[in-house]
Design a protein around this ligand. Sequence first.
Ligand code: NAG
Ligand code: NAG
Ligand code: NAG
Length: 972
Amino acid sequence: MITPLSGLAALGAFFLVTLALVVSESSVPERPRSLRLPNDTHPLAYHLHISSDIHRGVLLFSGNATIDVVIRKSTNEIVLHAKNLSDIQITVHQLIDGGSEIVDNLTHTIHRSASFLIIHPIENFQAFEEGQRFRLEILYTANMTQRPAGLYYMDYSDEEGHPAFVAATQSEPTFGRLIFPCYDEPGIKSNFSIKITHGSSHSAISNMPVKEIWSHGDLKTTLFHTTPPMSTYLVAFVISYFESTSETYRGITQSLYAPPASKEKGQSALKNAVRTVAAFEDYFGVSYPLPKLDHVALKKNFGAAMENWGLITYKDTSLLKNISLDIRNPLWDRITQNHEIAHQWFGNLVSPEWWTYTWMNEGFATYFGYVITDLLYPEYKVMETFVAHEADSAYSYNSFFDVRPMSSYVENEKDIMGVFDIISYKRAACVIRMFHHAFRQKVFVRGISHFLEKYRYRAANELNLFDALQTELHEDEYFSQKSWASRIRDIMLSWTHSEWLPILVVTRNYENNSITFSQRSVHSKDELWWIPLNFATAQSPNFEDTQVDIFMPPQSQYSVALADLNMQLSGRDWIIVNKQQTGFYLVHYDTDNLMAIARQLQANHSVIHKVNRAGLFRNLKPQIEHNDIEQVDVVFEMLKYLELEQDILTWNEAADSIDRLSENLVGTASHKLFNEFVCRLVTPIFRRVYVEQNANISLDQGNRILHTACLADLPECLGYTRNLAKEYFINKVNFTTDSEYYGTYDTVLCMGVRYLSDPDFHRVIDVLKAADRGSENYDDMIYALRCTQSHRHLLHYLEVMLGEGSTHLILSEPEAMMYIVYVFKSSSASRPVIWQYIERNYMLICRSPNFVEHFNQIAKFVPRHQRLNVSCSAQTIANHMEAEGIKSSHELIESDSPLVGKKMKITENFQDRFEQQIHNWLLGEVPQSTGRSDALLAASLSASNGSSRPQGILKDATRAVRSVLRTIDMYR
Ligand SMILES: *[C@@H]1O[C@H](CO)[C@@H](O)[C@H](O)[C@H]1NC(C)=O
Ligand SMILES: *[C@@H]1O[C@H](CO)[C@@H](O)[C@H](O)[C@H]1NC(C)=O
Ligand SMILES: *[C@@H]1O[C@H](CO)[C@@H](O)[C@H](O)[C@H]1NC(C)=O
């Protein structure tokens, strides 16, 4: 380990010039300039002294940032970052070998838009010559806020029965400049000597251990050891009255800090941290470089945790037991903690040269956070959680986020914040996982170890990383033989500089025993990748070895003879590409191969690895969405075996495909048959999870199964959810706080109101009318009631909510219109009702400011058979608006506009192409069951007299909205 060089020690040889000048702020007009710091000057060491009276609730703090800098290129300015700092006074000393020189006549300018503090001469002369060194002594004050950016505070007053305030820092990504003037770029590293003056009732902790504490009056000053070279975004300290418990292992002391009453709740997190640090040291062969690591539980309201070097700050709920809210996975908090511990190497020891490479921090921390958790707790199978949680959203990110390549240059503070997104965390984690497997895990890990060793205490870019892998592959006996082994940069860059995701199409040529691979982007964009391929076949169904067999080069087509792959396959044998889905791409197969796979699933599905079974359905979903299917029969042949499928991962993926098919069949003659077929598939797993509860699957994990089962009108599912929903709404039995239901009660409530009896429905409406508007119960009712399948109920509900004279209108008029659009889009069953509602109420709602825009939106979702009505309504409404003189900035959609029904075209095309085939297939499959199922459904519906015929699907938009929220509330 490198022993960090103290800034003062380094300067010991210099005679310090104490004569100096206090310079004042001038008001030169801002000129536009790059947001990047010039490279002319460089910090050697920081001495930071912060004084805070936060123990008395004082939010103003003062600082003395003394920074030694070297001039690398002669310049007339020294540029640093500073933001929202006041009362700035700067004294500049020149540090001279064996002598002294006075720097005089300097001033400083604040460049607000760049957050720069610029020190320069009053007159225009070159004050700073190459090779010279200066000591900038910068005194300032600033204010804390509650927003976790810079130095922020938390008020603990009511909890412990006395006034209590705590201050902590959040410097990443660009908040260091709110705490002290600094070179606030991740690639600029320096040594930090930190000193905090605080009330005696409090103590201070920082990145490094305490060196010395002295008291003066009712204050104390705590001085910390100097850090090794590190980036400003990792500088951290906490001033608190917290208490700690510690454990020391391999010479590293780890401590958990929490309010005195809760510190015992952190024991298991502390134990985990001790194990995890040791596991990382062993896994990468690189020691944890600091003498200590603290874990602090904070009552903050943003982000789960921050990986500051030696001092990780957490949201208390993810560190302390019993107050954890997140029970989706019992190891969720451990995964978060291990993510932060991974950062101690990935980001802290080796930092990204610039935020372009944020993925090198977040992708590695995300992926290896899981890998190490899996190593320590194999029984929890967290790599499956990785697939379900991280990979799943990485695969679908392009449907709702701005896409960008993993490596993308950003400059301003907002854009820098923006790269802490699903791409840096999840997509990058998937790409890293792909190469971890493709390059055989040991080789990959050795490459990463060498990278960490070579760049420790420094910053690196992606090429540095790729070259480290390159070196390792060259030294590997097996890989060095491969033609691609010298092209690691090209291979990796094809992934870090592409925006989308590849679809690999595998087409077997049954005449000449070859395979043609073709690749294209999920989007029409012209992008090509180096794609690592491996195979399992009917003859050799081994899914364990996940290293690359061959690379598909970045060309749109590539053919290989089976013989060259050492494969023997008959025409009826299947092949599956991308074992265990470790490669981050979608795979489509030709129909014959897919049929062979379906036959295998039906004969014995366990021959195919469960992650690949799940993958088959993940691949299927976008094909269904885009009508990218050759023959629909094969899709149904694949679904057919699900009756026997007990794996939750596979079911979760399959459920999406089933729901999508169901949506496409709404309103057709096949929909009922389809529901019967789905009921047959889903009944066994539904019973095991929800009735017998013996599937080793939590109710929460079964959420999508529940959704699919109720959507298909499985009577047991409808009964189950209806009971819970009635208890909740009418009898106020709050099952939603039951941890078992966390994350699933939206679905339960939505499905539970599908078929309420008239009396029950009206009771719920009465409860709604009486409910407290601010309550969660109220929100839940609003969300759930839109899911009713009864047209009369839905209409009644809309009038209660939005109608003229409604006292329950919680939504402003524009919001009301937005809500209608939302319900309309998310629920095909609602569409006829909403038309009816608009026809009845247009005189009221057309006065809403954005009515025309919203109406035009809705018109896009009108199905074929209703388009004529829509045209008539549009005409009536247009006439009315004209007669009433209601103006709008937009034109009401023309009745013959091609936009009418535009969003239904894909579904309609699907129906035109496939509905007849599906109908025939289903008739062959479920003829005898029709009567039975009808009787059951009738029995289930007997309570709901007068409900209209079930005729549609309400997509659980709540779930979607909440899962998006969850995704963006990501941890650092
Ligand atoms: C400073 O140097 C870094 C690394 O060489 C470079 O990426 C950056 O563009 C330079 N900044 C300026 C403003 O020239
Ligand atoms: C600021 O800190 C430096 C370095 O620790 C110290 O030499 C100097 O005296 C301090 N200045 C003030 C005004 O406290
Ligand atoms: C600084 O300003 C004073 C007058 O204000 C002048 O006499 C002196 O020469 C200037 N020093 C430098 C280094 O320019």
